[in-house]
Design a protein around this ligand. Structure first.
Ligand code: HEM
Length: 492
């Protein structure tokens, strides 16, 4: 009789869409942009929605207050991760899937808390400045390649932070290898593309000729190895020869007992930091440029502010950021309108969790619906309209009379015990690059082809615009000269 219950919603669960025998709601969740469907259900069923995928329960959290109560305040119960056999098979030690009580989770969080503090991040800045300067220089030289230039910058920022050497020192196109490997790797994270191995482990024994996923794991492992082996071996050789650049990994290896991690686990942690930091930052900056091209009035306003505060005689510095309220509003609106991780990264309940009249059972997957929260018409005026002014009118962008409870600037970076450990670093990369780009360039959609419609984004856990082109020109000759001189100075 237990079989007959598979796929059905238990009575004690929060409400949700009708289920089907065995499959539950699996057929109703689209493979592309699933968060749109989750948000429709949020509008229909409320701030907590339960979804069944075979016998697995998924709880979708759709409001700021619910995130605050369930994920932030009860973070110790809601901070585990669901297992992902395919990723583990391809990656080995990789702390994103570790649970809160595991040694590797504790060691890596300790490392983040020690070496990703505000002071530590400030100490990496001189190493990274050259990358920011190079991005402006590269875009000025070949504006049509702005997307590869952004990808190079974000890869290099992280390689420099972690391994103490810019990515171009490993070959001019090394960063493209990383993005190729990530493409295969993210295919493994598409839950609808593979058999449900985490729910039905017996499927792991299917012979390779009938299991496409086995070949995919091997391919992802090979491509990731082609990128990381080189960089890791180079770093370890330099480290053991006594070279010190002040990088994150050096600092961890200098204190082996403090973190209680094996060398394999430390290597896994640095791969995870790369994966956490590279594509997210690159996607955000592409989104930002697309927003400028699509909303020229917002671009004009941000540039007028930059010209007033900074002028054209010097390049912006981080200290300018606090004096640019419109730019800060624009950054927040891009995060709200097109969040890079619209469903964050799934958590799992370590035990039963109560919220109001609801019960989230132990073992349930918990999805923070960042998209749904940011597009809730009860909280945001015209949520489907791009409008940075909402963040000038109110700190969290909410409409008159709506409560900002549970909203915070770090919401796009997740929640609770798993909140993104690179949030401050990511915000800093975004602050510097957005100031620089607005100061340096005019972005124009001359062909009238730029659009932030969702159909121009690719599917997957990450919301990143499809490749697009826009006309990019340095704003004047004085700025062109300064860009060139700064780059020459930084690389001298
Ligand atoms: C635009 C930039 C970024 C965005 C939007 C972003 C967003 C996120 C989100 C939503 C999560 C999931 C949090 C959760 O489960 O509740 C996450 C996790 C993570 N991020 Fe970021 N992130 C960014 C940049 C970075 C950077 C620069 C780093 C590294 C320095 C980083 C490292 C990580 C790591 C290691 C995790 C996994 C944490 C864990 O499982 O315990 N991220 N990020």
């Amino acid at each position: 009789w237990r079989w007959r219950k598979i796929g059905h919603r238990e009575r004690f669960l929060p409400p949700g869409p009708p289920t089907r025998f065995l499959l539950g709601n699996a057929p109703d969740i689209p493979r592309t942009l699933p968060f749109v469907q989750l948000s429709r259900w949020a509008a229909e069923y409320g701030e907590l929605v339960s979804v069944k995928i075979l016998n697995q329960t998924m709880i979708v959290v759709n409001s700021g207050p619910a995130v605050k109560e369930i994920m932030d305040k009860q973070g110790v119960f809601s901070g585990n991760r669901p297992q992902a056999y395919l990723i583990k098979r391809a990656e080995g030690e990789y702390p994103i899937f570790s649970n809160l009580d595991e040694r590797i989770f504790k060691g890596s969080r300790r490392a983040y808390h020690t070496f990703l503090t505000s002071e530590a991040i400030a100490s990496y800045l001189p190493m990274q400045q050259v990358e920011y300067a190079r991005l402006m220089h590269d875009i000025a030289r070949s504006p049509e390649d702005f997307i590869p230039h952004i990808k190079r910058m974000s890869t290099s920022i992280m390689v420099t932070l972690l391994y103490g050497k810019p990515v171009s020192d490993f070959g001019d196109n090394k960063h493209l290898l990383y993005f190729d490997a990530m493409k295969k790797f993210t295919e493994l994270t598409d839950p609808w593309a593979h058999p449900p191995l985490d729910i039905m482990p017996i499927l792991k024994h299917v012979p390779a000729r009938w299991a496409r996923w086995k070949g995919l794991c091997e391919e992802a492992k090979r491509l990731r190895g082609a990128f990381f082996d080189d960089i890791t071996e180079d770093f370890e050789a330099r480290y053991h020869a006594g070279e010190r650049t002040g990088s994150f990994l050096e600092k961890v290896l200098d204190h082996p007992n403090h973190f209680d991690m094996t060398i394999e686990e430390i290597r896994g942690m640095s791969r995870l930091l790369m994966d956490g930091g590279v594509e997210t930052s690159a996607s955000y900056i592409q989104n930002f440029i697309l927003a400028l091209a699509c909303h020229p009035a917002c671009q004009d306003k941000a540039q007028a502010e930059i010209d007033r505060v900074i002028g054209g005689e010097r390049i912006p510095t981080l200290e300018d950021f606090d004096d640019l309220p419109y730019l800060r509003a624009l950054i927040k609106e891009v995060h709200r309108f097109r969040p890079v991780l619209p469903g964050a990264v799934p958590h799992m309940a370590a035990r039963d969790i109560r919220y109001k009249e609801h019960l989230i059972p132990e073992g349930a997957i918990i999805v923070m619906n960042t998209w749904g929260i940011f597009h809730d018409a009860e909280v945001f005026e015209n949520p489907d309209t791009f409008d940075p002014e909402r963040y000038i009118k109110s700190e969290y962008g909410v409409k008159d009379g709506a409560s900002p409870d549970g909203l915070r600037d770090t919401l796009p970076f997740g929640a609770g015990r798993r909140i993104c450990p690179g949030a401050e670093m990511g915000q800093r990369t975004i602050a510097i690059n957005t100031m620089n780009l607005l100061w340096a360039f005019k972005f124009t959609d001359k062909a009238g082809k730029c659009s932030m419609d969702l159909e121009n984004y690719h599917a997957g856990a990450e919301l990143s615009p499809n490749a697009f082109s826009c006309d990019i020109k340095v704003r004047d000759a004085k700025r062109a000269k300064l860009i060139e001189e700064t780059y020459m100075y930084m690389t001298a």
